[in-house]
Design a protein around this ligand. Structure first.
Ligand code: UDP
Length: 197
């Protein structure tokens, strides 16, 4: 059994390390379609019980991870045995580390303007070999949104990091799925605030 079902969501039994291997492969493969990674936390799991559009976004994701110790514990009670919790923040840090070694390009969307700038400064200093293709804060109007989507589509980053909060990030990535031309997109909640310090 490769999946554990918790509240109707099929979580693959993967560790953080395996998650990063899968994502490294996706970047190397040069796929035509964007690969959407969703770290499914308890709030998303609850919300998608009633919200079928969110449910469908999760079903269509390239990869989901169990972002909650509760989800992992429930899987163990049922014999599903998810190996560990895989959070957006931990996944982001590992991706930055791999990206630093493999020179991946990143676009950072989200957080307030100052935090966005500060987080990118910290990342540039700590991971000097990765490429920051671009960044934009997460408080934009609809005409700015159009420009952001166009910019990301032109820059074609390996990884689009979306720090808009869940499930806003997941809906946003899904909405612009075909226009973003990133290899991977992942929602990371408040991770940029943490990185900015
Ligand atoms: N955010 C944003 N635009 C918005 C609303 C929120 O960029 O319209 C950012 C906010 O500044 C913060 C992140 O999204 O950096 C949300 O973090 P939070 O910890 O609330 O998200 P969660 O971990 O619950 O997904």
């Amino acid at each position: 059994e490769k999946y554990a079902k918790v509240m109707g969501v099929d979580f693959p039994k993967i560790t953080l390390e395996r998650t990063i291997e899968i994502l490294s492969d996706v970047i190397q493969e040069n796929r035509a379609e964007l690969f959407h990674v969703i770290t499914v936390n308890p709030e998303i799991t609850m919300a998608c019980q009633k919200d079928m559009s969110l449910r469908s976004i999760i079903d269509q994701a390239g990869l989901i991870t169990a972002d909650g110790i509760g989800i992992v514990m429930v899987s163990r009670l049922r014999g599903g045995n998810l190996p560990e919790r895989v959070t957006g923040y931990d996944t982001l840090l590992k991706l930055l580390d791999s990206g630093n070694q493999k020179k991946w390009s990143f676009y950072f969307l989200g957080a307030d303007p100052l935090t966005s700038e500060k987080a990118c400064e910290v990342i540039r200093e700590k991971y000097p070999n990765l490429i920051i293709a671009g960044r934009h804060h997460g408080f934009f109007n609809s005409s700015e949104e159009e420009q952001i989507v166009e910019e990301i589509g032109m820059l074609k980053p390996d990884i689009l990091v979306v720090a808009l909060g869940a499930p806003y990030a997941e809906r946003w990535i899904h909405q612009f799925n075909t226009q973003l031309h990133a290899k991977i997109a992942i929602g990371v909640g408040g991770s940029l605030d943490v990185i900015a310090g």
